[in-house]
Design a protein around this ligand. Structure first.
Ligand code: NI
Length: 166
């Protein structure tokens, strides 16, 4: 089932997600719905926060063929190194892209949809995407990293868009 995606500056994007106590059938259904929502949008990642479910669950697929779904339940970054600047976008901020500096290499520990713990060390787009999606779980949106001037311009643009939408 395709879920509705909250759009910035919706205050529900600011909620802090709770850890998943057990990876139940309900969580697997959430994962399946989030994956469908991400692929339909289309996007490379989605956090449960963005579909107004405040649990520590992410889905990501940065592959070109769109056949490499990765599920992160209760993700924690256990190591981070270096800096990389990358242009980011977000399904909750449609049509806006900007550069953000993040750790270049990370090691993340999480559970998969079967509740199994795994550890992944990665860099490049996957590392950026994991950090971006994990921010959503603590109520953070990538535009929070922009300068006050850029954020003011974005807000003006969104207000205009909302006026046009009536
Ligand atoms: Ni996002």
């Amino acid at each position: 089932m395709v879920l509705d995606i909250l759009e910035y500056p919706d205050s529900r994007l600011r909620k802090i997600a709770s850890p998943v106590a057990a990876v139940t059938a309900d969580i697997r259904k959430l994962v399946a719905d989030m994956a469908e929502t991400m692929y339909t949008a289309p996007g490379v990642g989605l956090a449960a926060t963005q579909v107004n479910v405040h649990k520590r669950v992410l889905v990501i697929d940065v592959s070109e063929a769109r056949n490499d779904l990765r599920v992160f339940i209760n993700p924690e970054i256990v190591a981070a190194e270096g800096e990389a600047e990358c242009e980011e976008g977000c399904l909750s901020v449609p049509g806006y892209y900007d550069k953000v500096i993040r750790a270049a290499e990370i090691t993340v520990r999480a559970q998969n949809e079967h509740g199994e713990m795994f550890e992944l060390s990665t860099d490049g787009m996957l590392a950026v995407c994991i950090q971006h999606e994990m921010d959503h779980l603590i109520g953070k949106v990538f535009v929070d990293y922009l300068s006050p001037l850029k954020r003011a311009r974005l807000s003006a643009r969104l207000r205009k868009k909302q006026r046009l939408a009536g």
